[in-house]
Design a protein around this ligand. Structure first.
Ligand SMILES: O=P(O)(O)OC[C@H]1O[C@H](O)[C@H](O)[C@@H](O)[C@@H]1O
Length: 629
C-alpha cells in the first residue's frame, strides 16, 4: 500500500496585499478564495500536516497518483523561463490554467535555498544555519499568497528569511551587496510587464542573477522534490521554524541611490539637494517604482509635481508598466510637456527597465536609450565596447562608432547580452555598457546588474552636469545625430504544435531558415556573423552550436537587392518565453520590409512546407499590404 501525502492546503496562503504604506489590505479578487490565515497565525502546524499526513489509496488510484505527480513535476519544470521562473498565478486567462501554484513556488524556493546553502558551504566555511536570504515582490495580487510560499520554502531549506515587502528587482540584488544587510541571496517575485494574472521569481546571489541553466537545475530539483512528496516517498522535509523578519531595505536602498547622485554631481552650491531647479515627472505604472519619486528625487530637491501612477496597484489599472508600452510613453510625454519638465521617467513593474522622455517630449527608449547611455558611457570610458541585442539599427552602430566605441551585436534576452559583456571583459575587451532594445541595461560599474533605476540615475547625473557646464540643451541633445530606421517591423508566428513540442519545432524552423540562407536559396540574403562588430567575430552564428545552453535559436541576415544594394536586415528567432517565432526587420528602402516579408513567405515558408507548423497569418498580411492593418 502506498501512502500519499496531499499537497499543502491552499489555506496556507493568505489573500491580502500591502498598500504603499506597508499596511495589509484584502485583495479585490484572488484565486485562493478562502480567508486570510497565514499573516495572523503560525503555520508550522499546517505545514507539518501537509508534509506528513498520509492517505490510503487503491492500486488504480496509485497509478493515477503517480501519473499526476509526474505531470505536476513536469509543470514545475516548465515554469522555467530563461533565467526566470514565470507562470500563471491567477485564474482569468483564456485557455491557461494556474500553474504557478503556492505549492510549486514553495518547492522552488526550498530548492533555491538548498542550492544557495550547498554553493556557500562548497565555496567557504559558512555555517548552514546562518544562511540569510531576503525576498521582495512587486504589487501583483498573487504576491502575498506566493510570498508565504517563498517564506515556507526557504525556511524548510533552513535559511533565515528577511521579507523586504514591496521592492524592486535591482534592490533585491543590492540587498546582497549593501554592507548593513549583505544577505547571502535574494528572491524577487515579479512577472515584470506581463498581465496581472502572471507572476514569477528572479534569483540572486552576491555574484548576480542566476543564469538559465542554474534556474533549470533549481526547477528540476523542485519538480523531483514535489513528485516524491506527492507520492508519499522519501523524506518530506523538515518542518521549518517560520520566522518572518520584516526589513525596511527600500529606505536604505533609496539612500544609497541618493548618495551616488550627490557624490557624482558634487554640486558647488547645494550638495545635498543637487536637483533643485529641475522638474522631473515619473510614471511608475502602478508598479514598484513609485519610491524613486518620494524617496530619491523629492529628497534631492527635484520638483516632481505631475508624476503619476505612483501608487502600487497589482491590477495595473492604467496601462502595462513598461517603457515599451505606447500608452505609458505617450502619457509621460504629455505630462512632460504639460509640466514643462526637464525629464520624464517610465519604469517597468519591477524597475529593472526604464525609459525616459526629454524636455521636448521626445520618447527615449529602444535604440535611442541605448544611444543616450552609450554617449554618456563613451565620454567616461573612451573606446569602450557596447553590447546590445541584434535588433538594433545600423544607425546605432554608426552612432557608437562615431564616438569611438565598438558595437557588439548579440543574442536577444537580457541575460545573454549581460553575460556576453561579462565574457568580453574577462577576455580583456573593456565593455562598460550592455543594453537591450527592451530597456534592460547593465553597467560594469554597477555590478553588471540589470537595473532601470541605475540607468535613470546616470541620466539624471548627466542632465545636471550638462547644466552646470553651461548647456541650455536637455539630454535629448546628446542623441540628435541618431537617425531612426526608415522602416522597422516585428511580426510573430505561433508554433502550431502541442506546447511540449513547440520548442523543438520552433528550433527546426529557425535552423531550416539558416540552411536556406547558407545554400543561397534566398536571393540577396547573407547570414550576418556579427553586425559590424570586431570583438568576437561570428558570435551571432556560432553560439547556436556551442555547448553553452541556448535559450532560443536565432539568426540575422543582411538583405540587399540589385537596385539598392544592402538596404536592411532580418532576424528570425524563437521567442525566449512563448511558443512563437519572432521576426524583426529593418530597411532603409521604402517597401523594403514588405519585400523581405514576401521573400520569407514565398521562398522559405511556402517553399519548405514549414507553413504547416507555424501560423503565417501576420507574415501573409504584411506581405500583401505592407502593414498589419
Ligand atoms: O522572446 P520574446 O518573447 O520577444 O521576449 C524577449 C524578451 O523577454 C523578456 O522580456 C526578457 O526580459 C527580455 O530580455 C527579452 O528581450
Amino acid at each position: 500500500m502506498v501512502m500519499a501525502a496531499p499537497a499543502a492546503p491552499s489555506t496556507l496562503y493568505p489573500t491580502a496585499r500591502c498598500n504603499s504604506s506597508g499596511n495589509v489590505v484584502p485583495f479585490p479578487a484572488n484565486p485562493f478564495k478562502r480567508s486570510a490565515t497565514l499573516l495572523d497565525r503560525p503555520f508550522r502546524q499546517a505545514l507539518r500536516l501537509a508534509a506528513t499526513v498520509p492517505q490510503a489509496v487503491s492500486g488504480t488510484d496509485q497509478q493515477t497518483n503517480v501519473l499526476s505527480a509526474n505531470e505536476e513535476g513536469d509543470r514545475i519544470r516548465r515554469l522555467q523561463n530563461g533565467s526566470d521562473v514565470r507562470g500563471v498565478a491567477l485564474e482569468g486567462e483564456k485557455g491557461r490554467s494556474v500553474d504557478l501554484t503556492p505549492q510549486a513556488v514553495e518547492a522552488i524556493a526550498e530548492s533555491f535555498g538548498e542550492w544557495v546553502m550547498e554553493s556557500l558551504t562548497r565555496e567557504s566555511e559558512q555555517e548552514k544555519a546562518k544562511v540569510r536570504v531576503s525576498f521582495g515582490r512587486d504589487p501583483r495580487l498573487s504576491g502575498p499568497a506566493l510570498s508565504t510560499a517563498v517564506l515556507a520554502g526557504l525556511s524548510r531549506a533552513g535559511c533565515v528569511v528577511f521579507d523586504m515587502g514591496l521592492a524592486t528587482t535591482p534592490a533585491c540584488f543590492m540587498s546582497t551587496v549593501l554592507p548593513l544587510f549583505a544577505y547571502d541571496a535574494s528572491i524577487m517575485m515579479t512577472a515584470s510587464h506581463l498581465p496581472y494574472t502572471r507572476n514569477g521569481l528572479k534569483f540572486f546571489t552576491r555574484r548576480g542573477g542566476l543564469n538559465a541553466s542554474e534556474v533549470e537545475e533549481i526547477c528540476d530539483r523542485a519538480a523531483r522534490k514535489h513528485t516524491t512528496r506527492r507520492m508519499g516517498l522519501g523524506h518530506s522535509g523538515s518542518v521549518p521554524s517560520l520566522t518572518r523578519n520584516n526589513v525596511d531595505f527600500m529606505s536604505a536602498y533609496a539612500e544609497h541611490l541618493r548618495t551616488i547622485i550627490k557624490e557624482r554631481i558634487n554640486h558647488p552650491h547645494h550638495y545635498d539637494t543637487p536637483l533643485e531647479g529641475f522638474k522631473v515627472v515619473v510614471n511608475a505604472g502602478n508598479g514598484s517604482g513609485g519610491f524613486f519619486t518620494w524617496n530619491v528625487l523629492d529628497k534631492l530637491g527635484a520638483d516632481t509635481f505631475g508624476s503619476f501612477h505612483l501608487e502600487p496597484d497589482g491590477m495595473f489599472p492604467n496601462h502595462i508598466p513598461n517603457p515599451e508600452d505606447r500608452t505609458a510613453m505617450s502619457l509621460t510625454r504629455a505630462a512632460v510637456l504639460e509640466q514643462q519638465a526637464d525629464l520624464g521617467i517610465v519604469f517597468d513593474t519591477d524597475v529593472d527597465r526604464s525609459g525616459v522622455v526629454d524636455s521636448t517630449g521626445t520618447a527615449i527608449n529602444g535604440d535611442r536609450q541605448i544611444a543616450l547611455m552609450a554617449a554618456i558611457v563613451l565620454r567616461e570610458h573612451p573606446g569602450t565596447t557596447v553590447v546590445t541585442d541584434a535588433r538594433t539599427s545600423v544607425a546605432l552602430t554608426e552612432f557608437i562608432a562615431a564616438r569611438g566605441g565598438h558595437h557588439c551585436l548579440y543574442r536577444v534576452g537580457y541575460r545573454n547580452v549581460i553575460d556576453k559583456g561579462i565574457q568580453l571583459n574577462r577576455d580583456g575587451v573593456e565593455t562598460h555598457l550592455m543594453m537591450e532594445t527592451t530597456g534592460h541595461g547593465a553597467l560594469k560599474e554597477n555590478h553588471f546588474l540589470d537595473d532601470g533605476a541605475y540607468m535613470v540615475v546616470k541620466i539624471i547625473i548627466e542632465m545636471v552636469r550638462m547644466k552646470l557646464m553651461g548647456s541650455s540643451e536637455g539630454i535629448g541633445s546628446l542623441i540628435k545625430e541618431l537617425k531612426d530606421p526608415l522602416e522597422s517591423v516585428e511580426l510573430r508566428m505561433n508554433v502550431l504544435t502541442q506546447p511540449k513540442h513547440a520548442k523543438q519545432k520552433g528550433a527546426e524552423v529557425v535552423e531550416t531558415l539558416k540552411q536556406y540562407i547558407e545554400e543561397g536559396r534566398l536571393q540577396g540574403w547573407h547570414l550576418d556573423a556579427c553586425g559590424d562588430c570586431w570583438v568576437s567575430d561570428g558570435c551571432l552564428v556560432d553560439s547556436n552550436d556551442t555547448p553553452v545552453d541556448i535559450d532560443a535559436r536565432m539568426y540575422r541576415a543582411r538583405v540587399s537587392d540589385d537596385v539598392h544594394g544592402q538596404h536592411g536586415w532580418i532576424q528570425i528567432r524563437q521567442s525566449v518565453h512563448n511558443p512563437n517565432i519572432a521576426i524583426n526587420m529593418q530597411s532603409s528602402m521604402v517597401g523594403g520590409c514588405q519585400a523581405i516579408t514576401t521573400t520569407l513567405r514565398d521562398e522559405f515558408l511556402l517553399a519548405s512546407g514549414l507553413e504547416e507548423f507555424v501560423d503565417i497569418s501576420q507574415v501573409d498580411t504584411y506581405a500583401r499590404s505592407g502593414s498589419l492593418g
